[in-house]
Write a protein that binds this ligand. Sequence first.
Ligand code: F6P
Length: 345
Amino acid sequence: MRVGVLCSGGDSPGMNAAIRGVVLRGVDVHGFEMVGFIDGWRGFHEGDTITLDRPAVRGISPLGGVMLGTSRVPPFEGRTVDEIDLEPFRAQMERFGLDGFALIGGNGTQTVAHLLSQSGINVVGLPKTIDNDLGGTDYTFGFDTAVSIASEAIDRLRTTGESHRRCMVLEVMGRDAGWIALHAGMAGGAQVMLIPEFPESLDQVCEWVRSVHHRGRSSLVVVAEGFVLADDGQAVTHDGFDALGRPRLGGVAEVLAPLIEEHTGIETRATVLGHVQRGGSPTAFDRVLATRTGIAAADAILRGEWDTMAGLRGDRIEMVPLADAVASLKQVPEERYVDARLNFG
Ligand code: F6P
């Protein structure tokens, strides 16, 4: 069995541990040959590869980033099954003698993985994304690390904010889902958490900030980059688009902070955490989750359980159909938000 390993989308802490997991199990235990593609589908198109064996993955679990590189280069032209010409794709697979792929990625990547599977190409998915917005799994690896970093940022902002009696607004990632904001906010005791799933009005946000101030405290507002003000209805974007044509999000904290200051009279500062959340060494939780995911993926490949993804279900790693994993985004459910919102302000 010859298996291609490839990462696609934004990087996520734990990807190296996942590669190590799938390679150690695949090569050493099941006797696979494994080839890694550099920078995702770019390496596949251009034949930029490395052999993945035990020495290649030595000591990589604690490392941030991803040793293979990743990109948002698409695997083929076209977005729908009818538009896609898979002949060049199959020719490349033959060139590398591949029986199938282990694809490490988030929503977009696993959607492609399912599309490929439907066309008869063997794929098993490994779920990564700091946003934790992929279905079919309780948690994606990378999320725990991002939450830890964001929580630490909240702790630090809190002490400087309290010293100056300021309102501090922290922007975290989360394009379509507010998991990082909700969990980091909860861990850090933030008084307001604003997430894409549930727009709030500026008046409401200011009321919460004022009530914290009247209690003699400084407020900490965590806002996910995809949050939209109910009065406005538009996410804040930078100029330009990413490689998949999606608007680049970011800057909502810098929009909110002056508005809060203007409406409440409370001095307010904005911090955009940005890619710090994705960088550096993964937490032990992410390393273990990613390693177990890799092991389960290699076992599934051996059994020929294609068109599946290694998801965390409770305490077990289970192979879930890719169709289920990508059926809908995993957003923060209303009850989780309502629970947290009861204590805002
Ligand atoms: O991986 C998803 C994500 O973390 C989103 O929350 C964010 O919008 C995006 O990555 C930013 O990624 P980049 O700047 O690398 O395109």
